[in-house]
Write a protein that binds this ligand. Structure first.
Ligand code: F6P
Length: 319
């Protein structure tokens, strides 16, 4: 194999740059050239492809975002766009592709693999919703950002004897909420898995007041309810004043934590090794501490294990 290409796609995640670096440096070490594709699959279709040399990935290991750019590109679901991408790969003499991203990125990868493209995916999404891998690149940085923000919210909530309702990202996955909830000692965590019971939320906030706490923290995954409305309802039903905060896209940026850089290095290196061995349609996965790989199709249909144990832990610590 003489030349591969690399792209980052979907919502960016801290650690993507560290992974770009790992792929480039591993490929160069194996005598393989790397082409960088701008803005995900969109750049592949449009032929926005450039050489990615050793110096281009210097001093990016600690940078958030992605130097390659990223995009959500719905048109890539269409056959015509995929065929055009394959033509572009041929024009640029690209023999295989590494894609760094989440579920949407891997669905695009599977379509290309079915059309004969040699492809390997690396899970990088703050949502941690790729069931095949225990953790995805970017997740722990996002949790850390949420934790730092919630610690600050606790300071002001405690001064004013308030309840803070904090909405975190995760799309349909509650891991950011749960991990941040455990790390900040939240009173209650609401996720797609726990479901939303307003009565239970209000009760846990009132219990906090009755235990003479000067603050209460409610963490909730996005897309579940209107958090401003929830804060108003809490204020009405309990002795706490209440404020809502939506953390939003701050969770996607910033310097990646060490663990995300570690995952990025290990997965980036293994992706190149897999392609060099002739593998295709695989994704990298952290499974019980080991960096392994599994089939793209299998990874896309895998279901995440229940987080009941973590939910129970939050509830237990409240008492
Ligand atoms: O998938 C990452 C993520 O940040 C989700 O948590 C969130 O729902 C979504 O992307 C937001 O997407 P966009 O940046 O396109 O608004």
């Amino acid at each position: 194999m003489k030349r591969i290409a690399l792209l980052t796609s979907g919502g960016d995640a801290p650690g993507m740059n560290a992974c770009v670096r790992a792929v480039v440096r591993s490929a160069i070490a194996s005598g393989i050239e790397v082409r960088g594709v701008r803005d995900g699959y969109k750049g592949l279709v449009e032929g926005n492809i450039e050489p990615l040399l050793r110096q281009a990935v210097s001093r990016i290991i600690n940078r958030g975002g992605t130097i390659l750019g990223s995009a959500r590109y719905e048109a890539f679901k269409e056959d015509a766009a995929q065929e055009k991408a394959i033509r572009m790969m041929k024009e640029h003499s690209i023999e295989a592709l590494v894609v760094i991203g989440g579920g949407g990125t891997f669905r695009g990868a599977l379509d290309l693999a079915k059309k004969g493209v040699r492809i390997v995916g690396i899970p990088a999404t703050i949502d941690n919703d790729i069931a095949a891998s225990d953790y995805s690149i970017g997740f722990f940085t996002a949790v850390d950002t949420a934790v730092q923000s919630i610690d600050k919210l606790r300071d002001t909530s405690d001064s004013h004897q308030r309840c803070s309702v904090v909405e975190v990202m995760g799309r349909n996955d509650g891991d950011i909420a749960l991990f941040a909830g455990i790390a900040t000692g939240a009173d209650i965590v609401v996720t797609p898995e726990t479901g939303f019971d307003q009565h239970e939320v209000i009760q846990s906030v009132q219990e906090a007041f009755e235990k003479n706490k000067r603050h209460a923290i409610v963490i909730i995954t996005e897309n579940i309810t209107d958090v401003s409305r929830l804060a108003e309802d809490i204020e009405e039903a309990t002795a706490f004043e209440s404020r809502a905060t939506v953390l939003g896209h701050v969770q996607r940026g910033g310097t990646p934590v060490a663990f995300d850089r570690y995952l990025a290095a290990r997965m980036g290196q293994k992706a190149v090794a897999l392609l060099a061995e002739g593998a295709t349609a695989r994704i990298l996965a952290l499974q019980g501490g080991t960096i392994s790989d599994c089939g793209l199709e299998e990874a896309l249909s895998a279901k995440k294990e229940s987080r009941r144990e973590l939910v129970d832990l939050v509830t237990q610590f409240r008492h």
